[in-house]
Design a protein around this ligand. Structure first.
Ligand SMILES: *[C@@H]1O[C@H](CO)[C@@H](O)[C@H](O)[C@H]1NC(C)=O
Ligand SMILES: *[C@@H]1O[C@H](CO)[C@@H](O)[C@H](O)[C@H]1NC(C)=O
Ligand SMILES: *[C@@H]1O[C@H](CO)[C@@H](O)[C@H](O)[C@H]1NC(C)=O
Ligand SMILES: *[C@@H]1O[C@H](CO)[C@@H](O)[C@H](O)[C@H]1NC(C)=O
Length: 249
């Protein structure tokens, strides 16, 4: 009988407790969850608490917030993704994970300021991953409907890739998160380039100051496919023939 009880206790402490703790924060966000932009708002945390998704005040003396993802364990604010809108949002704005439309950011009057640009569908849940990627999962597919990693801003995190057609762009200034002048683009032809664009309405870029030369116009299989940033710090262009051109030897 007492053996039976110890067995039960061992199961209870070793198995049930950790499971119970995990259930507290597995990074999953249920649909209809929301966060309000206030000084006290609690962000959505990844299981390790390394990354947080929510509202951050950029200037202490202003009641304006940025919807963003940041490193939650380091003191100095380090934003790794932000919603692509030209102005910070007022206090009382709300982020909601809608079961049909995904992430919706609205002002206190309920006007939509930004939303995750995704295929409409039945949304199952959101997930703040330990690698910094926030994903929106659908009910009918194992592939995310939306990912912050596929909608990058000015930062590439370890394990993140940049697909052809996508780009990183610098922010205007420290407190202004609109698009600035400097672009890192993974072009459709397979080249990764660093370019400037001074006038946003210009179709063309002013100046190209770096080019990986990973485009082969005579044979596309030798051209670049995507930019990869590995966990160990190595960055390379992965070609369609699986060869790598290392950029950070
Ligand atoms: C961000 O917003 C600007 C201005 O609306 C737009 O031109 C640009 O394409 C957007 N960037 C991305 C990556 O969607
Ligand atoms: C990168 O990916 C590998 C393999 O999936 C994983 O083991 C590792 O924890 C990831 N690293 C980061 C920083 O996310
Ligand atoms: C940020 O810069 C953009 C473009 O110059 C401007 O339209 C916007 O008003 C600025 N936002 C703030 C908060 O200063
Ligand atoms: C393209 O290059 C690959 C080697 O990377 C080669 O195997 C293939 O035959 C080439 N295709 C053509 C049409 O030349």
């Amino acid at each position: 009988m007492s053996n039976y009880i110890s067995y039960f206790l061992v199961i209870f402490f070793l198995f049930f407790f950790p499971l119970h703790n995990l259930a507290q924060n597995n990074g999953r966000i249920a649909t209809s969850s929301s966060i309000r932009a206030t000084d006290e708002s609690t962000p959505w945390l990844s299981p390790s608490n390394d990354f947080a998704f929510g509202f951050k005040k950029i200037e202490e003396n202003k009641n304006e917030f940025l919807l963003c993802i940041w490193y939650a364990k380091i003191q100095e604010t380090t934003i790794v993704w932000h919603a692509n809108i030209s102005n910070l949002v007022p206090q009382g704005s709300r982020l909601n994970l809608d079961s049909q439309r995904g992430l919706i950011l609205s002002d206190p009057q309920g006007n939509t300021l930004w939303r995750s640009d995704l295929v409409f569908g039945n949304i199952d849940y959101g997930l703040m991953n330990d690698n910094g990627n926030f994903v929106v999962m659908g009910r009918n597919s194992n592939d995310p409907l939306w990912e912050s990693f596929r909608n990058p801003t000015n930062t590439l995190l370890p394990n993140q890739t940049l697909e052809r057609g996508n780009f990183l762009v610098s922010q205007k200034s420290q407190a202004n998160f609109t698009q600035g002048r400097f672009y890192l683009r993974m072009l459709d032809n397979g080249n990764m380039v660093l370019v400037t664009q001074s006038v946003p309405s210009n179709m063309d870029y002013d100046d190209e100051y770096y080019n990986t030369q990973t485009s082969d116009s005579t044979n596309a299989t030798n051209s670049g496919d995507k930019l990869v940033f590995e966990e160990n710090g190595v960055m390379y262009v992965l070609k369609r023939n699986n060869q790598r051109q290392i950029l950070t030897p």
